[in-house]
Design a protein around this ligand. Structure first.
Ligand SMILES: Cc1ncc(COP(=O)(O)O)c(C=O)c1O
Length: 382
């Protein structure tokens, strides 16, 4: 049965000068990429990264794949990844020669459980990948210390966490590589789009080559070489100037976007806390040392049946709330790559109980009030 959705889970929108910037690109006649809009967007992102550099890409997935190419895996290499995350956190690495080893997540933040990672490190481990779930930072001090001690690369999947911080350091800019998403569901959106981040100048140059099919075209455009040629493994991950124009306009509006999301997030948290206490549900946990991005507002219901009951109850009122992340360790591909059923019990548990509520900048106060009222009307007691 098709039901009509009045309050969607997400609605992407233009928030500032997108149309002006698209018109600038149109007038320039230079659409292909690496032009003025790309430079402007990259400058804004880089300025927020405490010394690291951001390069625009066609998606977060392509940014993760570029970090995999930069790491140049050999047969037998392994990469530790959280089980509770989007597929590309793992597939970007398995597609480029590293076997993913799945780590369980913390029950409070749903981030990779840094206390389990040490036990997964072997002589074959090359890197640890973390996802800052919902834009709340992972325990990066512990993760970075493990990387240092064992000589491993740290990659931050920061699809949710642009402009968030962990102990005053920028999410995505602490590890060797970081990846951002500008997919339509994200806080800042160009429909599809992303950025790859690196701290070391040599890694940034490697990424510039990888982004342009493994050629040193960027050096050619700077006038450093008199023709460009194929120098490394690479791909085409350079977004067009049309995409860059939208990214640029969106990140320029970061203050208004983040403050509207924060307001909506805090209102959900305050209004739903008494209902959650009464019904055995848990709201998102944000450690005091994390400045989050308010990317998701999720509830953990007491069990899967209650989660499904609430989801149906909201759907009957035209409100779309969604669950997500089938844990990777026991997915068909995860099993084929060495994952085991039952390997990450916290991931299995939270995946069966999580429900995400509508949260986007154009969600009106009246729409949010309707969502809150619908939830507090739901009697979760068995
Ligand atoms: C944690 C995480 N990583 C990676 C991605 C992939 O992003 P993109 O669609 O930009 O490739 C997503 C997208 O939903 C995500 O949530």
């Amino acid at each position: 049965m098709t039901r009509s959705i009045r309050i969607p889970f997400n609605r992407a929108s233009f928030v500032g000068r997108e149309l002006d910037y698209l018109d600038e690109v149109r007038a320039s006649g230079d659409y292909a990429g690496n032009g003025d809009m790309t430079r402007r967007a990259e400058e804004i992102l880089t300025a927020s990264l405490d010394g690291a550099t951001a390069l625009l890409t066609t998606s977060c997935t392509s940014a993760l794949e570029m970090s995999a190419l930069a790491l140049n895996f050999s047969a037998g290499d392994e990469v530790i990844v959280p089980s509770y995350t989007f597929v590309s956190t793992a597939s970007a690495f398995s597609a480029h020669g590293a076997r993913p080893v799945f780590a369980d997540v913390r029950a409070d933040t749903l981030n990779i459980d840094e206390r389990h990672v040490d036990g997964l490190i072997s002589a074959r481990t090359r890197a640890i990948v973390v996802t800052h779930y919902a834009g709340v930072g992972c325990e990066m001090d512990a993760i970075l210390a493990l990387g240092e001690r064992h000589g491993l690369a740290i990659i931050e999947d920061n699809a949710h966490g642009l402009f968030g911080t962990y102990r005053d350091r920028p999410l995505g800019g602490m590890g060797d590589y970081g990846a951002l998403s500008f997919h339509a569901t994200k806080n800042f959106s160009s429909g599809q789009g992303g950025a790859v981040i690196a701290r070391e100048a040599s890694a940034v140059e490697r990424l510039r080559n990888i982004r342009e099919n493994g050629t040193n075209r960027a050096a050619f455009e700077r006038g450093d070489v008199d023709r460009y040629t194929w120098v490394a493994q690479g791909t085409n991950a350079l977004p067009s100037e049309l995409i860059a124009a939208v990214i640029c306009a969106q990140v320029e509006e970061r203050t208004s976007i983040q403050s509207r999301r924060q307001m909506l997030w805090e209102r959900y948290a305050e209004a739903l806390a008494p209902w959650a206490r009464e019904h055995g549900a848990t709201l998102a946990h944000v450690p005091a040392w994390c400045d989050p991005t308010y990317h998701l507002f999720h509830l953990l219901l007491p069990d899967e049946a209650t989660r499904e009951g609430l989801r149906e109850h909201l759907l009957a009122r035209g409100i779309l709330a969604v669950s997500h992340y089938v844990p990777l360790h026991s997915s068909p591909m995860g099993l084929a790559l060495g994952g085991r059923v039952g390997q990450c019990p916290v991931a299995d548990d939270v995946a069966s109980r999580v429900l995400r509520l509508p949260l986007f900048v154009t969600l009106s106060d009246a729409e949010q009030a309707e969502v809150i009222e619908a939830i507090t009307d739901f009697d979760a007691t068995p």
